[in-house]
Design a protein around this ligand. Sequence first.
Ligand code: BGC
Length: 348
Amino acid sequence: MKAITVEPKKPGTVRCEDIPEPDVREGSILVEAIAAAVCGTDIEIAEGKYGWAPPGKTRLVLGHESLGRVIDPGPASSLKKGDLVSGLVRRPDPVPCPNCAVGEADMCRNGLYTERGIKEIHGFMSERWRIEPEYAIKVDPSMGILGVLLEPTTVIIKALEQVMAVGQRSFWEPKTLLVTGAGPIGLLAAAVASLAGIEVHVLDRNKTGPKPELVRALGATHHSGSVLDIGFEPDVIVECTGVGSVIAESIQKVGAGGVVCLTGVGAGGIATRAVADVAAAAVLKNNVVVGSVNANKRHWYKANDRLARLDRKWLSRLITRYEKPENFKQALERQPDDIKVVIQFSEI
Ligand code: BGC
């Protein structure tokens, strides 16, 4: 079968190739891939900056944002043939650490977790894949191809849950939320937050094009320029750029008792503000900076619900390009107007 594979940590090694059918040890449910979406992590892996092949192998099947159709539910699942499914990304570490032991692999303490398409287990960018019943999430059939947006939504659900958990350390009724970065994660964060009735603002470097329009269509306010110039102090900032200067400004700008949640993974950059100045702002205003990655089953459950409550037309505008698996090169290359690129394996 056709699959998009890569030799991790070696730039330029992605290819679309024939590989054997998935091994039954990868899970008792057999799924036909419909689509896999591309995210920043996939691009990083393709650029040789991240990713790990399964033990004893040199290549990894890419893809962790999945949508498929059940071909064979196997003996141990309540799914039926034809159901739409998406697969959880992370698997617990084998030790296991306390968090993995209680079903919170997203909070793994020892780093020995594995992740489909990222860390030591094959991903979902193959014509067929297998999955264990406990990690297969049934997608609302009315979502159609938009079900491929479930995984990035889970990441947001977890981030917002972290924000709320941290906020509970004192009396706290957040009224305003700023998202930095209007990529797929930022836009989904704004959309999910707007369902909760909070006043939502999005800051992005694009002043024109589809992104500002998508923000306004949510009833949210679009800003560009510096976080320091937005004209108010948000109770919550969900940082989705991973850019050093935006992070530092967010920590300085968030309101007293506020929470900055970091979801973006960047690297390098030049320190535009002294660390102690940024820290002093956090101390004097009792602020919290919390990092958030991945998502557990609880977040997947909630994400399924929230995604189905969002406007379908608005969601479909997030997918700006569909590519065939053979065109993996174009799919993994960022283009200026891209929001979410989806590799389509079969018709929905
Ligand atoms: C994925 C997460 C994963 C993280 C780190 C993200 O792109 O959505 O599931 O935990 O990368 O590998």
